[in-house]
Design a protein around this ligand. Sequence first.
Ligand SMILES: Cc1cc2nc3c(=O)[nH]c(=O)nc-3n(C[C@H](O)[C@H](O)[C@H](O)COP(=O)(O)O)c2cc1C
Length: 172
Amino acid sequence: MNNLLDIIKQRRSIRSFKDTPILKEVIDKLADALIWAPSAGNLQSRKFYFVTDKKVKEQLVEAALGQSFIADAPLVVVGCADLGRVKGRYENRGTTLYAPQDVAASVQNLLLVAHEQGLGTVWVGAFDEDAVSQVMKLPDTLRPVTIVPVGYPAKTPKAPPRLSKEEVITSI
Ligand SMILES: Cc1cc2nc3c(=O)[nH]c(=O)nc-3n(C[C@H](O)[C@H](O)[C@H](O)COP(=O)(O)O)c2cc1C
């Protein structure tokens, strides 16, 4: 697996993790993947929390409507839009669109590099924002956008089907 398109196609959402720890060097690669994503005006309006504390992970499970696999992952990344960084330059479009997109671009990088490193991830978007903000003690300027459990896969599901290229792409 060395071709980027293969990595993109073979990545799956993993919801079952081994408790094998992740080496510091590998975690550092994930951090690189996050910071090297593009961002609006290069403002990098995003913040990430790397959670390993068991109690905090369990609180995140509750905030994420009981998605218990979150607590099984050795590392849980919480991605937040940094509204404070973007507001001054881009106002409403910055806070509602650019900052969440900055986070999304970073997180997609993270999913791909994690997969390349043999790790599994899943992008969790279904959660109570206020509850996550409370668990993470976030300031008002940070909006939680995604929770990503990261760990070595215990089970890898089959690829869910995709719409065809013709359905998704219109050439004009
Ligand atoms: C914005 C977004 C939110 C998602 N939220 C959840 C979630 O809350 N829980 C979950 O188990 N998977 C979640 N997923 C993962 C999708 O279910 C998954 O990506 C999709 O079924 C395709 O499967 P694949 O990632 O294996 O290709 C989310 C994905 C995205 C992009």
